[in-house]
Design a protein. Structure first.
Length: 298
């Protein structure tokens, strides 16, 4: 039995949410429609893609995890064919706005790779430190799209699309983490690695730490680059706030430990202007960048 791209798209979205009701609401279709798409894809795959024995919670089965890798590859291939067919001969400049973390860690390296073979496509990156500035750039038409990590907003004239949930934790090398006996009391006494003084990144780090009941008393090192901050943490110089997706490889190697502090999750969000005049090539570029950030490619 053949599958359709729509079934693949729905499956990938459902795998992200692990909740069919949430996926249905986000895609603006019915929950039975989600279940039908998944059921038809399961017939093609030859087994259950989700384990659905706990109410609405739908965890990927081992077959589902393998299918997810294939499904994402199918969508990327389909998008590449669609992009080539629909944008042949169109020259365009796409202006992409984001903060320094998303630009340096995710967007610049991956976007240039995604579009390395595309002729007539100019990509311009606009760095903005504050969410307010990102929104202003999109409103004013100075950026075609913007990406940020934070709360999903609802503001006049702008369209906000949640791409994926993101989470952040306080990480330290194992020896340093072992000094923590009481949370959050012992956390304040640890040395910390933060972004450069006076930057929006430092302000966010300090505000997030305060929200978790932690007031750092000693700053051991600073850097504007996440890779350098991670190096300092791995070397045991201090603890730091790190996105879980960035810390995961180091945790798996035993080089970092996530300290037992609950910090609210946020969203990775795409912002565009609602009244924009659709340009086929721009829309496809923005869609592909959004898909890349949604999948968390590094």
């Amino acid at each position: 039995m053949a599958f359709t791209l729509r079934q693949i798209e729905v499956f990938v979205e459902a795998a992200q949410d692990e909740n069919f009701r949430k996926t249905a609401d986000r895609l603006n279709i019915s929950q039975p429609a989600i279940s039908r798409h998944i059921r038809l894809l399961e017939q093609h795959a030859g087994g259950r893609l989700f384990v659905r024995d706990r109410g609405s919670h739908a965890q990927l089965s081992p077959l589902g995890e393998a299918m997810l890798v294939e499904a994402r590859a199918v969508l990327r291939a389909a998008q590449k064919v669609s992009f080539a067919a629909e944008t042949d001969g169109m020259e365009v400049t796409v202006r992409i706005a984001a903060g320094n973390y998303l630009l340096d860690r995710w967007i610049r390296p991956n976007v240039r790779r995604l579009f390395a073979t595309e002729d007539g496509l100019n990509l311009e990156f606009v760095q903005a430190a504050q969410h307010e500035e990102l929104l202003r750039l999109v409103r004013a038409g100075e950026a075609d799209c913007a990406f940020y990590t934070g709360d999903l907003l609802d503001l006049p004239g702008l369209e906000f699309t949640a791409l994926r949930e993101t989470s952040v934790g306080i990480y330290a090398a194992p020896a340093l983490a072992a000094r923590v006996r009481q949370v959050p009391a012992d956390l304040a006494g640890l040395p910390y690695v933060l972004s450069n003084r006076g930057t929006p990144s430092e302000a966010w780090q300090l505000a997030t730490l305060r929200g978790a009941g932690v007031a750092p008393a000693r700053i051991a090192a600073r850097s504007q680059f996440m890779e350098v901050i991670i190096d300092h943490v791995v070397e045991g110089q201090g603890a730091s706030l790190i996105f879980d997706e960035d810390a995961r490889p180091y945790v798996e190697k035993g080089q970092m430990v996530r300290l037992p502090v609950d910090i609210p999750t946020g969203q990775r969000v795409l912002v565009t202007r609602r009244d924009r005049q659709p340009h086929p090539r721009k829309e496809l570029v923005i869609r592909r960048i959004g898909r890349m950030l949604q999948e968390g490619l590094a």
